[in-house]
Design a protein around this ligand. Structure first.
Ligand SMILES: Cc1ncc(COP(=O)(O)O)c(C=O)c1O
Length: 434
């Protein structure tokens, strides 16, 4: 993991043998002849024509994440949101059915509920901890299932081997948003996932500088097993003049070739080369960062669980969590720096807690080197219905924490200041001893 994070995808193949992959800031690429450009457009040759659909720096990032996830290919896109949108569209649009975990990032729930619903994609939401409900959600029209390997913001884990076995029995590929885990902690492909998406904005970047997304094909999905179901991939595409599923015979991904040719190019959700390089630099320290961050988060979660101001801590290491057994089984390297707490006193206590912090920043991001907090009910999950918020463990008193790389005791000192402020707003009758 640490070695691939630094070397995969880059062989110093440029003129100057640059050690760090250089930024190819070029919109287009001069061709040697009319026929070579024609060959690119007819998909008879590999190469770069125009950076909306491919760029040499971005390609290094695609190869690196492919190696880290143990996949057969990847595409880099403009954001994590673009990655989820394109993965879902490539499998389920138009008019397909999706089975979605009840615990997803708010933006994914909104995407399914609103924008993809406008395109005729229907969704059934199921609790991934309830395998019977999960199984019952599949229909003959289901084209994709989507879950998060570590759910944002409650850090719930799931038995992906069991969930993918059910989906595959229905010939349905499973997309795993593995943003919080990153390949440093968990490889969804090793547990049956077909497609992995990342908001590379978070841990892969690691320093809060860049918005980026990645889609990885783990090599499990093969539309040729059910050609009528995946007609768009298994029959000749009139527009592009190829059958995308033929890519599999060459060891590539037909699904990603289709997603890049159609969705990345049509929607223009391209990742800039400068952003790709920022993510490549971030990945070099991913393994190291995630080790410290996960350990510190577990320590802080344990201390917060003992604090009287906190009604509940949502962290999988804690007693009583139904997913606790999965920590040792599937997440021996840790469960990331993201978890949430429910404060007694609802939004008033959450606001007092957040406002009192000096070291932790109030910001709607995660995976930064800096420690961050946010109040999901009024931000990332604010457009959801109360029932949707409840299903993913978000209440008015929930605060999401994203532990950064600062000193553990400095972080705890600041959280203690926040807890004092949260206690101060509790009515006398409910006041809890310090
Ligand atoms: C789990 C998860 N997936 C996807 C996204 C969307 O990523 P981006 O902000 O890079 O578009 C986020 C953003 O917070 C996220 O937390």
């Amino acid at each position: 993991m640490s070695t691939a994070g630094i070397h995969a995808g880059w062989t110093r193949a440029d003129t100057h043998r640059a050690l760090t992959p250089p930024i190819y800031a070029s919109s287009a690429y001069a061709q040697t002849s009319h026929s070579s450009l024609r060959a690119l457009f007819e998909r008879r040759a590999d190469g770069f024509a125009y950076s909306r659909s491919g760029n040499p720096t971005t390609e290094v990032l695609e190869q690196r994440i492919t190696a880290l996830e143990g996949g057969i290919g990847a595409i880099a896109v403009a954001s994590g949101q673009a990655a989820t949108t394109i993965a879902l569209c490539a499998l389920a649009a138009p008019g397909g059915h999706v089975v979605a975990s009840s615990r997803l990032y708010g933006g994914t729930t909104e995407l399914l509920d609103d924008t993809l619903a406008d395109l005729g994609v229907t969704t059934t939401v199921a609790d991934p901890w309830d395998l019977e409900a999960w199984e019952a959600a599949f229909t003959p029209h289901t084209r994709a299932a989507i879950v998060e390997s570590i759910a944002n913001p409650g850090a719930q884990l799931l038995d992906l081997d069991a969930l993918t076995a059910i989906a595959h029995a229905h010939d349905v590929p499973v997309i795993v948003d593995s943003t919080l885990a990153s390949p440093a902690l968990y490889r969804p492909g090793d547990h049956g996932a077909d497609v992995v998406v990342h908001s590379a904005t978070k841990y892969l970047c690691g320093h809060g500088t860049t918005i980026a997304g990645l889609i990885v094909d783990t090599g499990r999905f093969d539309p040729r097993r059910c050609p009528e179901r995946w007609e768009r991939l298994t029959t000749r595409n009139r527009r592009f003049g190829v059958t995308f599923a033929d890519e599999y015979a060459r060891g590539g991904s037909g699904l990603l070739a289709y997603a890049r040719a159609k969705y990345v190019t049509d929607l223009g959700a391209t990742l800039p080369a400068t952003s790709a390089q920022q993510i490549l630099v971030g990945i070099e320290t991913l393994d190291l960062r995630l080790r410290k961050i996960s350990t510190d988060a577990t320590t802080l979660a344990g201390r917060l669980a003992a604090a009287g101001e906190v009604a509940e801590v949502h962290h999988p290491s804690l007693p009583g969590r139904p997913d606790r057994h999965l920590v040792a089984r599937d997440f021996p390297r840790g469960t990331s720096g993201v978890f949430s707490i429910d404060l007694h006193g609802g939004e008033d206590a959450a606001a007092a807690f957040c406002d009192a912090l000096e070291l932790w920043s109030l910001a709607v991001n995660l995976g930064d080197a800096r420690s961050l907090v946010c109040h999901p009910a009024s931000t990332t999950h604010s457009h959801l219905t109360p029932a949707q918020r409840e299903a993913c463990g978000v209440s008015e008193g929930t605060v999401r924490l994203s532990v950064g790389l600062e000193d553990l005791e400095d972080l705890w000192g600041d959280l203690s200041r926040g807890l004092d402020a949260a206690r101060a707003v509790l009515p006398e009758a409910r006041a809890v001893p310090a």
